[in-house]
Design a protein around this ligand. Structure first.
Ligand code: UD1
Ligand code: CA
Length: 469
């Protein structure tokens, strides 16, 4: 049976980030970098993985949770020393150790899987994944012998002028056979520019022992990019965004302006949906087919059905069924379910409410803690008064109710089906089915009042003028 496990190096401080947060916890595409690397390792088939942590150990441990085993590197003495800390966890392991760095967030499982299969085919004791970089600055350079075999890796800081011109670099991804790997790691020295135990020296050591060392070049150098600074972080973010959007487009989603569209990898969108500019979709958001989303939509963990048109909207932790139109300026808050064929117009907020099929919330509503039936028409400016300064209460509105403009429904309150509420009412008790609820002062007209009032004002002005005031 295949034996493949990953060791992910995540103990470094990331000095060049100038951050109190450990480097591997900086987010790319909304997710800590080390989690992306774990995703890739798991997708490649690595099992019982080990993450080496050290700097900010508690914070990193919390993010890893139960997804992987943890090895502690108390002092960061280099990448070779870091892998050695996993020796205890892997003391009975015989097979391939895929070594990855926690700061390479663009890695993908399929590419790592191909790399592993190449390593197996080569039958090497260790294989390094290399890449050709236009700008190799900062990376270790691959030294090949006259036969083209990988002879050694030299770090930027230890490289000669000539070696620095080499554009084939060490991606930091390796497959190495255990337990041989750990035997060699114990023999590493730290006589180099950084005074560190370099994992990269394992390759030259294995060769000196007469073992086979392989180098497999990836075509996708961008995918292997390591993040060492905030500039790199922005570059990784841009690259991940572009790659993710391209995936959505390849899957049949129209993205009108990729430059202003942010969609996290975790989001699902069905074909023939169109995404307009300034749209940001996050978390477990799922969008059906034939929708128009945006401009200016942000959704976090929102499930949207088919054929919905949403614009200028912020939604989080809620559900929108099919054929809904909403916007502009709509806020959909947690635990809300917007039913089929609902129309939501401008300046509407809905929280913890169920809105039935075909109901209209056309303008200026606050709907909180409510269960609204189907085909209800809420007039402009209607408000559910759900909060008594201490507790929240529910408002229930039956099917086909027509709630006149500017009504307040003081919860807990029930408005029956097929009812009318007179505009401007403040409803505090139940309105039974088929009734009209009126709750406002009765209008009286005083004949001629306006005319005599104006005349009185005129007379006052005259008198003041005479007194010279
Ligand atoms: C390393 C490689 C370099 C390669 C590059 C690819 C070495 C000596 N150099 O350089 O050849 O081109 O990655 O991105 O391996 N870490 C620890 N403990 C330590 C030191 C580092 O866990 O004591 C972790 C870091 O958290 C990081 C990873 O190892 O996730 C790589 O360390 P980093 O300092 O970024 O190495 P580079 O200088 O980029
Ligand atoms: Ca690095």
């Amino acid at each position: 049976m295949e034996k493949l496990t990953a060791v992910i190096l995540a103990a470094g401080k990331g000095t060049r980030m100038k951050s109190k947060l450990p480097k591997v916890l900086h987010k790319v595409g909304g997710k800590p970098m080390v989690e992306h690397v774990l995703d890739a390792a798991e997708a490649a088939g690595c099992k019982d993985n080990v993450v080496v942590i050290g700097h900010g150990a508690d914070l990193v441990r919390e993010v890893i949770g139960s997804r992987a085993r943890i090895a502690l590197q108390a002092e960061q003495l280099g990448t070779g020393h870091a892998v050695l800390q996993a020796a205890e966890a892997l003391k009975d392991f015989q097979g391939t150790v895929m070594i990855l760095c926690g700061d390479t967030p663009l890695l993908e499982g399929a590419e790592l899987r191909r790399f592993y299969e190449e390593h197996v085919k080569l039958g090497a004791a260790a294989t390094v994944m290399t890449a050709e970089m236009d700008d190799p600055t900062g990376y270790g350079r691959i030294l090949r012998d006259e036969k083209g075999e990988v002879a050694a890796i030299v770090e930027q800081k230890d490289a000669t002028e000539e070696q620095r011109r080499i554009r084939e670099i060490n991606t930091g991804n390796y497959c190495m056979e255990a337990p041989l790997l750990f035997e060699v790691l114990k023999t590493l020295g730290n006589d180099n520019a950084q005074g560190e135990y370099y994992l990269t020296d394992v390759l030259a050591k294995l060769r000196a022992m007469g073992k086979k060392v392989g180098g497999v070049k990836t075509d996708d150098s961008e995918m292997t990019m390591g993040v060492n600074s905030r500039v790199h972080l922005a570059q990784a973010e841009a690259a991940m965004r572009r790659r993710t959007l391209e995936q959505f487009m390849n899957d049949g989603v129209t993205i009108m302006d990729p430059a202003s569209t942010f969609i996290e990898k975790t989001v699902r969108i069905a074909p023939d949906t169109v995404i307009y500019p300034n749209t940001w979709l996050q978390g477990n958001t799922v969008i059906g087919a034939d929708c128009e989303i945006g401009p200016d939509v942000r959704m976090e963990n929102v499930q949207v059905g088919d054929r919905c048109h949403l614009q200028f909207l912020y939604g989080h932790d809620c559900q929108v069924l099919d054929d809904v139109t909403a916007g502009p300026y709509v806020h959909l808050r947690p635990d809300t379910v917007i039913g089929n064929h609902v129309k939501i117009g401008n300046f509407v907020e809905v929280k913890n409410s169920n809105i039935g099929t075909g109901t209209k919330l056309p303008h200026l509503q606050y709907i909180g803690d409510s269960d609204i039936g189907s085909n209800v028409n809420m007039g402009c400016g209607c408000i559910t008064v759900n909060y008594d300064s201490k507790f929240k209460h529910r408002t229930v509105i039956g099917d086909n109710a027509f709630v006149g403009c500017n009504s307040n429904l003081v919860a807990p309150v029930t408005v029956g089906p097929d009812t009318y509420i007179a505009a401007g009412s403040t409803i505090t008790k139940e309105v039974p089915a088929n009734a009209l609820g009126v709750a406002r002062a009765r209008q009286t007209n005083i004949a001629g009042w306006a005319k005599s009032y104006k005349e009185k004002l005129e007379r006052k002005a005259e008198a003041l003028k005479k007194e010279g005031k």
